[in-house]
Design a protein around this ligand. Structure first.
Ligand SMILES: O=C([O-])CC(=O)C(=O)O
Ligand SMILES: [Mg+2]
Length: 637
């Protein structure tokens, strides 16, 4: 049974799941009726839930007597699209109004509530008289943000906004993506994680610690949203290149998911950030009185595995098998194992292995348009043989194998990796971790990167070790000594861990390097010429990749989907971008880029028989675009 209280919230007579889903359905139904469809298809997705809700609610609610609050049909997008023809007569009911409405970030519009909305939603007097537009709110916020000189202050201001007015947060991020990405994401999010205990205000996701063992399903049910499409989960052991930040790694899933929405158009209520807290080996944090996590050393072995296993199956039980679980910033040993273990039973994606691979391959493919030659005609050297290094190497070898029809074992031989012990070679194989073994080629011992460059003579150098300042002047000069236009990717994050800066790459190579980096760098002037470095960050890939999985209802991730994402991204690089040395398209076009990636990934999912949303939409690009969340305000009638 449902009833309505004075502040307009639905009250459930029942408890637990039943009550929660009734409440969500109520909100969804109201939203649908009052705000209309957002785009193709989406507006018609909840007919059956409306009917149910109408039946549920009609007996206890005075339908139509209160005004309604719209919140966007994306609230239920993805539930049931098959009911388009059966739309029933609109009806309305309030789910939130008055003071509660102003405190609800999903529906709050602040000063943008119209005078009519203020009357119909008990807001009179709760706001100052002026009504403003969303545009004016954006202008004011940008003005305010730019007053802060310290990036972390901007980060905190952005998080406050997200907690206060979600649509405004996303509109701001979409409209000013190039300026704000470095704030809500790399590099500032790294500093935010380091200081998370100090800046923590409200939980923005779920914390699952060892204390929750045996109760993870219950914990998931505590989250207020039911129809989750994307989870980003970390255990905080390797946050960017900053090491073990334990529970404070939460900033990463939160940041990644805000990009899923802003860049990829996944609705915010479908996103769930999760941190698994098994302790930390970071002594500094263990001693820090403001640390927010478990104060113990990391659990490992069986204890770790069991917690993760319970988590994976609780997610599947609670949300079904089409929820995407993105692993983020796990340490190498767990990252590879988790991906291998769950890729055949769950829809999983490791952003650091697979997302980074896809973005790096796209950059290399685009760069080849500048330097000429096919992938197989180039020689690759990596500094760093962890998730990113071996992930990229494998995807490049796969693409080479597809292009040349040569066996994968052969194409891998064009790719060399250096780790902290020198060149990875076959004589080291006994002591190598599994994920490094495919890269142990026949060669004599080589001690360090510089020597390896001189001997191997790579035309493409990729840094992925998480250690900064390793591409020294000698390294860059060595690359330039046998290659007219060496391709140099410094992928480690955040900026402090970058293998070299853009300025160093262009200066030391005398303007000949084609350079991109994981963290953003400003354009550089060298000898009167402007060089614009690209940002080879997985943020280009994962939002569109996830959207492609969601819109096709994919149930597994296949390597060919990563190649499809990479191909779509490389195709977005224009001759004009290339003429400036840019091997990635500007982020300001990211929503279009994400839609292209999503369409290509979804097409691959259908081709591979991994898509469950049938029938296949005839125009996947249009379909992807029509499904993307828009942060424009709804009008509440
Ligand atoms: O978050 C980023 O900027 C890229 C990434 O996944 C990492 O460095 O781990
Ligand atoms: Mg990462």
């Amino acid at each position: 049974m449902l009833s309505l209280n004075r502040s307009g919230f639905l009250r459930g007579g029942g408890t637990g799941d039943k009550w929660r889903s009734q409440r969500r359905r109520a909100a969804a139904a109201v939203v649908r009726c009052c705000s209309g469809g957002e785009g193709n298809g989406r507006g018609f997705s909840i007919e059956s839930t409306m009917k149910e809700m109408k039946a549920d609610a009609a007996s206890v609610l005075d339908l139509g007597s209160k005004s309604a609050v719209g919140g966007g049909v994306e609230d239920v997008y993805g539930e049931d699209r098959a009911t388009e023809d059966q739309l029933i007569t609109p009806w309305s009911v309030s789910v939130a109004s008055g003071y509660s409405l102003l405190r609800d970030p999903h529906y709050n519009k602040g000063l943008a509530f119209s005078q009519k909305e203020r009357d119909s939603h008990y807001l009179r007097g709760l706001l100052p008289p002026a009504s403003t537009s969303q545009e004016l709110q954006i202008k004011k916020l940008m003005h305010n943000l730019r007053q802060y000189e310290v990036p972390l202050q901007r980060y905190v201001a952005m998080m406050d906004l997200q907690e206060r007015n979600e649509r405004l947060f996303y509109k701001l991020l979409v409209d000013h993506v190039e300026e704000l990405l470095p704030i809500v994401y790399t590099p500032t999010v790294g500093e935010a994680c380091q200081k998370y205990g100090c800046i923590f205000r409200r939980p923005q996701g779920l914390y699952i610690s060892l204390k929750e063992k045996g109760k993870i399903l219950e914990v998931l049910k505590n989250w207020p949203e039911r129809s989750i499409q994307v989870i980003v989960v970390t255990d905080g052991e390797r946050i960017l290149g900053l090491g073990d930040l334990g529970c404070q790694g939460m900033g990463i899933p939160v940041g990644k998911l805000s990009l899923y929405t802003a860049l990829g158009g996944i609705r915010p209520s479908a996103c769930l950030p999760i941190t698994i807290d098994v302790g930390t080996n970071n002594e500094q944090l263990l001693k820090d009185e403001f640390y927010i996590g478990l104060r113990q050393k990391r659990a490992t072995g069986q204890e770790y595995k069991e917690l993760l296993h319970e988590f994976m199956y609780a997610v599947k039980q609670n949300y079904g098998e089409k929820v995407l679980i993105q692993f983020e910033d796990f340490a190498n040993h767990n990252a590879f194992e988790l991906l291998a273990k769950y890729r055949t039973t769950h829809l999983v994606f490791n952003d650091d292995i697979q997302g980074t691979a896809s973005v790096a391959l796209a950059g290399v493919v685009a760069a080849l348009k500048l330097v000429g030659g096919t992938l197989a005609e180039h020689t690759f050297l990596f500094l760093g043989a962890g998730e990113a290094g071996t992930g990229i190497a494998e995807l490049i070898a796969l693409e080479m194998a597809k292009q040349t029809k040569a066996p994968l074992e052969e194409t891998r031989k064009k790719i060399w990796l250096v780790d902290s012990k020198g060149l990875i070679i076959s004589s080291r194989v006994g002591s190598l971790q599994n994920f490094k073994r495919p890269w142990a080629h026949e060669h004599e011992h080589v001690d360090n990167l510089l020597d390896a460059i001189k001997i191997i003579k790579p035309t493409i150098l990729i840094g992925s070790s998480g250690v900064g300042k390793t591409f020294t002047k000698e390294v860059v000069e060595a690359m330039t000594s046998f290659s007219e236009r060496p391709i140099i990717l410094a992928l480690s994050n955040p900026t402090s861990q970058s293998e070299c800066t853009a300025e160093e790459a262009y200066t030391w190579s005398k303007g000949r390097a084609i350079f991109a980096s994981g963290s953003p760098f400003e354009p550089v002037e060298h000898n009167g010429k402007l060089f614009v470095p690209g940002q080879a960050n997985n943020a280009y890939i994962f939002p569109g990749f996830g959207l492609g999985l969601v819109i096709s209802g994919a149930i597994r991730v296949h390597d060919d989907m990563l190649l499809a994402a990479s191909e779509a991204l490389a195709q977005q690089v224009t001759p004009e971008n290339l003429s400036k040395g840019l091997i990635y398209p500007p982020f300001k076009h990211i929503r279009k880029i994400s839609a292209e990636i999503a369409a290509n990934v979804a097409a691959k999912a259908y081709e591979l028989g991994l898509a469950t949303r049938l029938p296949r939409p005839p125009d996947l690009l249009k379909y992807a675009e029509s499904c993307m969340y828009s942060p424009l305000y709804r009008s509440y009638r």
